[in-house]
Design a protein around this ligand. Structure first.
Ligand SMILES: [Zn+2]
Length: 311
């Protein structure tokens, strides 16, 4: 014999089936997640006049904008230009001009920027007002090298991984004290019900960084350089551990596509538009970009897409 409860349930079910809804829809009910943001993550373009790089970026932009399901904006992960660290101002300007012209001609989507190490100019030419990060910030139209904003119910945090060494000659990957306190405050001010995505140029956590490029040294084990991954990862992870609403961290820099799940946070490095600096693939990672979907329940997906570039 059916109970009253079961009877109502089955009547409801048949009523719904009669109305044309599939069983799958009914099973999901109102809890079906809704996509709230879709964007393209492009990182490590390394623009230069050589190696057909301008045509490569144009092809990539056309590829992502001709997706049937188009992203709503481009998240640039840094290292837009091949290199500014050791180049003359003319050379740096030339690379930025190519970058900007291509984006003007071949892209209609809004763009958000994250600063990369190769975007920072001429550590060593301190007298120039555009020295260091200011050049990149001007080209990216940023007033601060790090920031946060909300989009589609998600909180985006864009970090600045790149800090000059004390002698000003080279970079290290970390958050300086001012940025770390800003991050602490920004996280504390974000309600726990709001899912958070963090974007940085250098990975906060990476496994591929450790196992590529023959970093094993006899007697020492795997040794990674100061420029490969954030040096302050333990401190950042300790902070992240307090916020279960941090869901996804995206980076570039290593030109490899990898995904690491650690303490409930997924860390993804999304390859490189330039692949192996426009000379082909880097290990098994092809020239590509990622399409990222964010959902209202705090879940996400990230698909790395090759745009068919032949070096
Ligand atoms: Zn980089």
């Amino acid at each position: 014999m059916l109970t009253r409860r079961q009877l109502i349930k089955s009547a409801g079910l048949f009523g719904l089936l009669g109305s044309g809804l599939s069983l799958k829809t009914i099973a999901a009910g109102n809890s079906e997640k809704k996509r709230v943001v879709r964007f393209a993550h492009l990182t490590d373009v390394h623009m230069e006049p050589e190696l057909n790089a301008p045509a490569g970026l144009a092809k990539c932009l056309h590829h992502l904008q001709s997706q049937k399901d188009q992203p709503s904006f481009v998240m640039s992960g840094g290292d837009c230009i091949f290199d500014a660290l050791h180049q003359t101002k003319n050379r740096v300007e030339l690379q930025w001009n190519i970058w900007q012209n291509i984006f003007r001609q071949d892209n209609t989507l809004p763009i958000e920027h994250c600063i990369g190490n190769h975007d920072c100019w001429g550590f060593g030419q301190k007298e120039d007002p555009l020295y260091g990060k200011k050049y990149a910030m001007e080209k990216m139209q940023l007033t601060m090298p790090y920031r946060s904003f909300n989009n589609g119910g998600w909180h985006f945090i864009i970090l600045d991984s790149i800090q000059p060494k004390a002698d000003g000659t080279w970079y290290t990957c970390l958050l300086d004290d001012a940025q770390f306190s800003w991050l602490q405050q920004d996280l504390a001010a974000t309600p726990l019900s709001v899912p958070i995505i963090v974007v940085s140029h250098a990975p906060l956590v990476s496994a591929a960084t450790v196992v590529t490029d023959n970093k094993f040294k006899d007697g020492e084990g795997y040794v990674i350089g100061v420029g490969n991954m954030h040096m302050d990862s333990p401190k950042i992870i300790e902070l992240f551990d307090q916020y279960p609403n941090i869901k996804l961290c995206l980076s570039g820099h290593i030109h490899l596509h990898e995904r690491v799940l650690y303490n409930g946070v997924t860390y993804i490095s999304n390859g490189a538009v330039s692949g192996n600096w426009w000379k082909g693939m880097r290990y098994k990672t092809d020239n590509g970009y990622a399409l990222v979907n964010l959902y209202d329940d705090g879940s996400f997906d990230d698909e790395y897409v090759s745009y068919g570039w032949n070096a």
